[in-house]
Design a protein around this ligand. Structure first.
Ligand code: NAP
Length: 376
């Protein structure tokens, strides 16, 4: 009989992408899905449902306990509220989660199997049952340049990110598009007139951006359309954001490095910026290598690391065509380009990576973990 797999958060941003991928890869053929909701218990489950066609209450521990495997994309508050109560009942099923809430727990593995299959297999063999998707930015970066880490070549890394609105969820994408629409409407008649003065357009746009209402900026707190926000997630009070902290902490945990694994962590620091892209997290990397390695060797390592790296030659034509959110959105590609030795010295390498953070950065590692559990 197929395993009963609970699906929580399936209609959110990550959840919708996960459902699409599970349909595409025929994962539903292998499971009996049980759909949950925090807002519509008793409603009709989506079309992938088989025998269980009613939405279950996602806060009902009794309903959750029925599942052998639970996949949740509902968010950290939900995990914090429900997970401890569920485990307290003695439930020892597999918990697969997109939220960060449990990521740094000792018994949780951050899953990114093309990068850390040995860490996952080791935990599986030891009876592990908490499988947490990594931070989207970190996962996309490691899918791109993980080869350099696996080869032990990275002395340290600094990254500057350009993260899409969808990183915040469905409501954030809507807000960005609504803002673009509002700004366009503000100057549409001037745009239609080729003789209108550009400074007048510019003045009207900035005035509109500065006067957007609380409702129009409810999700990001400030305008994002036509602007950027140089802070993502909580303020840690030491000059860094939580998103920036995750870059170092999670990269090392995924790779099985750092004091928790009896080794030194690789220093990684970030500056994380929200930009007005819809999907895809991009980042500019500065990597200090432990030794001088020819660029052609680095390129070969990156190209050959996994099936999803799409290497983009470091030319203007290739970069503007192939190394953008527009080119990468909705694909499984992890585009890596702008690879070059930096003026700082032969051990310093620059690169630019882009991945659809809703795929490799969120949904894909979750469904691949489900497959690993079904095959185990
Ligand atoms: P989200 O789009 O806000 O969805 C979360 C929940 O919000 C849904 O399951 C749904 O719950 C509810 N919801 C309320 N209004 C909605 C609407 N208009 N459309 C769809 N759902 C709505 O959040 P998310 O971006 O998927 O993130 C879920 C978790 O994944 C978070 O912990 C996040 O940190 C993590 N994550 C996100 C990303 C990303 O790029 N977005 C990447 C990696 C990890 P009900 O159906 O129960 O009402």
């Amino acid at each position: 009989m197929s395993k009963l797999v609970g699906l929580v958060g399936w209609r959110g941003m990550v959840g919708s992408v996960l459902m699409d991928r599970m349909v595409e890869e025929k994962d539903f053929d292998l499971i009996e899905p049980l759909f949950f909701s925090t807002s519509n218990a008793g409603g009709k489950a989506p079309s992938m449902a088989k025998n269980e066609t009613t939405l279950q209450d996602a806060n009902s521990i009794d309903a959750l306990k029925r599942c052998e495997i639970i996949i949740t994309c509902q968010g950290g508050d939900y995990t914090n509220a429900v997970y401890p109560k569920l485990r307290a009942t003695g439930w020892n099923g597999h918990w697969i989660d997109a939220a960060s809430a449990l990521r740094m727990e000792k018994d949780a593995v951050i899953i990114l199997d093309p990068v850390n299959m040995p860490v996952i297999k080791n935990a599986l063999a030891k009876g592990g049952n908490n499988w947490i998707g990594g931070n989207c930015t970190v996962s996309c970066m490691l899918m791109g340049v993980g080869a350099l880490y696996k080869a032990g070549l990275v002395e340290w890394m600094s990254t500057q990110t350009y993260q899409a609105a969808s990183g915040g969820g469905a409501q954030h994408m809507r807000e960005l598009l609504t803002q673009y629409g509002t700004l366009n409407a503000e100057v549409r008649s001037l745009l239609d007139d080729p003789k209108s003065a550009i400074l007048e357009i510019d003045r009207k746009v900035i005035a509109k951006q500065r006067s957007l209402s609380g409702a129009e900026t409810a999700n990001f707190g400030v305008p994002l359309g036509g602007s950027l926000i140089p802070w993502i997630d909580a303020d840690r009070g030491d000059g860094t954001s939580l998103e920036e902290w995750k870059g170092g902490a999670e990269t090392n945990k995924i790779l099985g490095r750092g004091p928790g694994f009896g080794s030194a962590a690789t220093p990684i620091d970030s500056l994380c910026v929200r930009v007005g892209a819809m999907r895809c997290h991009s980042q500019a990397l500065t990597i200090k290598l432990k030794k001088d390695v020819p660029l052609a060797d680095l390129e070969a390592m990156i190209r050959n690391d996994n099936a999803w790296v799409r290497y983009v030659p470091n030319t203007k034509a290739d970069s503007i065509q192939g190394l953008t959110p527009v080119a990468v959105t909705g694909t499984m590609d992890i585009a890596v380009g702008r690879l070059r030795k930096m003026a700082l010295g032969p051990q310093y390498v620059g690169a630019f990576t882009i991945g659809d953070q809703l795929l490799w950065g969120a949904a894909e590692p979750l469904r691949r973990m489900l497959r690993l559990l079904l095959e185990a």
